[in-house]
Design a protein around this ligand. Structure first.
Ligand SMILES: Cc1cc2nc3c(=O)[nH]c(=O)nc-3n(C[C@H](O)[C@H](O)[C@H](O)COP(=O)(O)OP(=O)(O)OC[C@H]3O[C@@H](n4cnc5c(N)ncnc54)[C@H](O)[C@@H]3O)c2cc1C
Length: 398
């Protein structure tokens, strides 16, 4: 399809989606919401013409769009009601792009379209009790047995596990190799015998993330994503896309067309009544940061989608986006005064959700390390276990 103009995109989208109005309110990042249906309806509606993942190949639910066309679509989509796609975001924003880069033709054929259409939810089984920031320390094992692999171990903080049909799972296949080298990536069906999901409750009372225990679960070698021992490379693709925010389109921060101020400011204006100059200054500062953060995230996202490899810019984008989310949530909650302490208070859920933003997808400190080392060229952290076999380093020899 030739590139469409902004107006043509708007006309096409108006045929299948409702326009946002000043009253449209949606949750973001699943905060306080367990609704899967709206997201499923929206994705089923948009998949035929590839509107939600335009850069994906047409046969997999995209429209082979250029990076430029993709940003234009993203901008126009903000004028329409795009529900909170949090339950689907790992598939759309992280697993999909990783499969396009590392998956076999069969894997792409079988898994991408169900992701784009909302039929299949994916989760990300990377973190473990002793492998969070130090992700390469993953201990869940996969042992080859003919054409199958047998998995055993524990993952934790697995967001959306209880909704998920599939997980992308980082496993240790060779403990004699140094920690980054003995890893392999797999896709595992969550309904598999030997996989047990135990939801954990966050302080905002969402139970969206879980511990996952795996004991003797068997998967076919066809579920291996990338070569044996190449799991770290695949994991880096997934994480770079996570930081660049490739899956985060959708949710509650869009604007009706023509509105000068975003809806979160309009909401606050109703709450404050008399506006002090101090309050106006705070709003203006957040608004300015929010706008640059959006541009940075868009640039990192476009880079990710057009090159397939987002690079360290995603870390800058993640830091800014997190900062923005937190500032908006805290200001909204403080503006609501005492009522903000109640569960239906303005900004209450967002305020209780905000601290987790600095942890999920890699902590703020880790993003700063990446920027320091890979963008600013500062000396790297000492990494004493880089060339030692993983099993030796686990025994505390270094
Ligand atoms: C809401 C939420 C959802 C999540 N969803 C998922 C998911 O779906 N899938 C998944 O696999 N994981 C998920 N995670 C896990 C997340 O990626 C980890 O929590 C994160 O990487 C930090 O790891 P950790 O919790 O083990 O903390 P640790 O790594 O133990 O870190 C503890 C503290 O030490 C600091 N620190 C550690 N190493 C360094 C260093 N080298 N330099 C400076 N500071 C350092 C950290 O910044 C942090 O402040 C989620 C987490 C949250 C909170």
């Amino acid at each position: 399809m030739n590139d469409l103009t902004e107006e043509q995109i708007r006309t096409e989208l108006a045929l299948i989606l409702d326009r946002r109005s000043a009253d449209t309110r949606l949750s973001t990042m699943g905060a306080g919401s367990d609704d899967l249906d709206e997201g499923r309806r929206y994705l089923a509606n948009t998949v035929r013409d590839g509107w939600h993942v335009p850069t994906w190949p047409r046969e997999h639910g995209g429209q082979d769009a250029s990076a430029h066309q993709n940003s234009l679509i993203g901008r126009v989509l903000r004028e329409f009601v795009v529900p909170d796609l949090y339950p689907f975001a790992i598939g759309l924003g992280m697993v999909g792009p990783a499969l396009l880069q590392h998956g076999t033709e069969v894997q792409q054929r079988d898994w991408l379209k169900p992701i784009a259409s909302g039929e299949a939810i994916w989760c990300q089984m990377f973190s473990e009790p002793e492998a969070g920031s130090d992700l390469a320390n993953v201990a869940l094992t996969a042992q080859q047995d003919g054409d199958e692999w047998i998995l055993g171990g524990q993952k934790t903080w697995t967001s959306r596990a209880m909704w998920a049909d599939w997980a992308i799972c980082l496993a240790r296949t060779d403990p004699t190799q140094p920690k980054h080298k003995g890893l392999t990536m797999f896709a595992i069906p969550m309904s598999l015998s030997g996989v047990e999901i135990r939801p954990l409750m966050q302080m905002n009372r969402d139970a969206h993330f879980s511990e996952v225990f795996v004991d003797g679960a068997r998967i076919s070698d066809q579920c291996r994503i990338g070569d044996v021992g190449e799991g770290w490379r695949v994991a880096m693709t997934v994480l770079a896309h996570e930081r660049a925010g490739g899956g985060s389109r959708g949710g509650g921060d869009g604007n009706a067309r023509g509105l000068k101020l975003p809806s979160w400011v309009a909401d606050l204006q109703v709450l404050v009544g008399e506006q002090s100059s101090d309050w106006r200054n705070k709003v203006a500062a957040i608004y300015a940061r929010d706008t640059t953060s959006r541009w940075t995230a868009q640039r990192a996202g476009d880079e990710a989608r057009s090159t397939g490899s987002p690079g360290p810019a995603g870390s800058g984008a993640k830091l800014r986006t997190v900062n923005s989310y937190k500032s908006r949530s805290y200001l909204a909650n403080r503006t609501a005064g005492a009522h903000g302490m109640l569960e239906d208070g303005h900004g209450y859920i967002e305020t209780l959700t905000a601290p987790s933003m600095s942890i999920r997808g890699g902590t703020d400190e880790i993003q700063r390390n990446i920027l320091g080392e890979r963008v600013l060229g500062l000396p790297g952290e000492p990494r004493l276990d880089r060339d030692v076999s993983w099993s030796e380093s686990r025994r505390g020899l270094i």
